[in-house]
Design a binder for this molecule. Sequence first.
Ligand code: PAF
Length: 282
Amino acid sequence: MLTVHTVEALRAQLARWREAGETLALVPTMGNLHEGHLSLVRRARSEAQRVVVSIFVNPLQFGPSEDFDRYPRTLDEDQQRLRGVGCDLVFAPTVSEMYPGGRSGITRVSVPGLGEQLEGEFRPGFFDGVATVVNILFNCVQPQLAVFGEKDYQQLLVIRRMVAELQLPIRVIGEPTAREPDGLALSSRNQYLSAEERRLAPTLHRALQAVAERLRSGARDYAGLQQEAQRYLEAQGFKPQYVAIREPQRLEPPSPTARDWVILVAAHLGRTRLIDNLVLSL
Ligand code: PAF
């Protein structure tokens, strides 16, 4: 497994594989890799002959009061983990390598509508930052396919739409969320939780399951179900930002006759912001 830090070195290596006719998959990450990321790499490995993993904590997608500075950077450990799952090349650029002209005034990719609600409402500019960096990574690597986690459900939809509308010849694969045995979705941010918060954290997933159960048994008062789940989370010590029941493709409000939904949640537990979702089809 190779690690490169510059676009030039990345392109030189990729050219060799392309000349040999090998197919290429990209798994974009911000590092601090856990089992969830490794499952994305395994999926990429099963779909393509060469797998590139990018590790880049992207400043463009963090708000001024968010955790860019304290986001864990663990390149050595990440490289160790990636060796065991069939990654061929790690691309770990610096901020100036990715944004050589600086970040202010940079060309941005925006996915209006879809990218402005839910996460986009509570984290303004987040999806512009994600779409922009993913587009740059796609341009640098030019993979045939890319794998993203369904844990970031809205992000996956934003990227799918960007790829479709910019006519990028890339197949986007969504991989199911990896969970702890108690249901907590794996996330690099889980390590910010205190012992007591970690004990409470799976409540988020349980709240989603409770909403799903109510939908299964015929409840269709979406606003009421959302409120009920928010109140439950508040009572458990969370500060919910949203619990939203949406249709799963465009995240629009579902009709009363819908049979498919995604339930999305974002909530603070202490200083940690957690997100999760559950897709339900009857
Ligand atoms: O999901 C993430 O880790 C990031 O948002 C991504 C897709 C790597 C872009 O920085």
